[in-house]
Design a protein around this ligand. Structure first.
Ligand SMILES: CC(=O)O[C@H](CC(=O)[O-])C[N+](C)(C)C
Length: 298
């Protein structure tokens, strides 16, 4: 029988799953943002990074292994509550569509619940991504350092453009995360269900969780990668560069680089997606099991 969900448990376990995601996925996230935002080379010049491997090697050579963990404080502080809200939103989305607490939802209903979770997370995701991307890009540039750390980014952005500047990229984040979250939760639940032997759907299986979580993470990014490139460019651009937001970014990319640029960073994204999201769902399921054990009636 499916486990009855509780908003508090979803929130706490989701937060724990989120911190597992950051620890496992941060190095490849740094490489992704650096590849997506590296300056276009002058004619006849080589790009700063030839690809994923080259970017990893150059980062480790110039900044040490922990260069790959640059900007991790912001995601840890931001991603943990973001995933807490994400799993809470998914739980609420499921409850809104259930007529009885243990009713099994269809794939479309799971997709809808996932999309609701994407709307919930945008309030935390947008500033978190803005801070993270600015720090990741600054660490890669040889120019003057504008920000000392995440708090300083918030102070500088607030001084220059108020809350509006901190929330730059909200539409791009919604465009990325609403459909991607639908895909994420629908595929996870569906895969977990279809891999479970009959009658054992509610049992925790680390292998099934890792496989379903990893594949769900990759499917999430298959939907999210294009809007993610637009979002990273917009959030790291100087003020006023894109007067019409993501529409201006899109037009510029099509004109100068072509549609293939919308897949920039896809290799590190996909390499990261499996382990990071396997860790997330495993962390979530273990935490839920633990919470059910210590507080069965919560
Ligand atoms: C963009 C993002 O954070 O995607 C999450 C998966 C990941 O790889 O971090 C999924 N979700 C948007 C549902 C939080």
């Amino acid at each position: 029988m499916p486990q009855k969900t509780s908003a508090i448990k979803d929130f706490v376990a989701g937060g724990f799953g989120g911190s597992c995601t950051v620890v496992v996925g941060q190095p490849l996230d740094t490489i992704k943002v650096r590849l997506q935002t590296q300056p276009l080379p002058a004619p006849g010049q080589k790009p700063l990074y030839a690809g994923t491997w080259d970017c990893a090697l150059k980062t480790i050579r110039n900044e040490g292994f922990f260069g790959l963990y640059k900007g991790m404080a912001a995601p840890l502080v931001g991603v943990t509550p973001m995933f807490a809200v994400c799993f809470l939103g998914f739980g609420i989305g499921k409850k809104l569509q259930q007529t009885t607490p243990d009713q099994q939802l269809t794939a479309v209903q799971l997709f809808n619940a996932g999309m609701l979770s994407g709307v919930f997370t945008t309030a935390i995701m947008t500033p978190g991504e803005r801070i993270k991307c600015l720090l990741q890009v600054q660490a890669a540039s040889s120019g003057p350092k504008l920000y000392k750390g995440p708090i300083d980014v918030v102070k500088v952005l607030y001084r220059e453009g108020g809350i509006r500047s901190i929330y730059k990229g909200t539409c791009a984040t919604l465009l990325r995360d609403v459909p991607a979250s639908g895909m994420y939760f629908m595929s996870y639940e569906w895969l977990k269900r279809s891999m479970a032997p009959a009658g054992k759907e509610g049992e925790l299986s680390p292998i099934r969780t890792v496989v379903a979580g990893g594949i769900a993470g990759m499917l999430n990014w298959l939907v999210a990668i294009g809007p993610d490139v637009l979002k990273s460019r917009l959030q790291t651009a100087p003020e006023g560069k894109y007067p019409n937001g993501i529409r201006s970014v899109f037009v510029e990319i099509m004109k100068n680089e072509g549609p293939q640029a919308l897949f920039k960073g896809a290799t590190p994204v996909m390499i990261r997606a499996f382990p990071a999201n396997a860790a997330c769902f495993l962390g979530y399921e273990v935490a839920i099991k633990f919470l059910n054990m210590i507080a069965p009636n919560l």
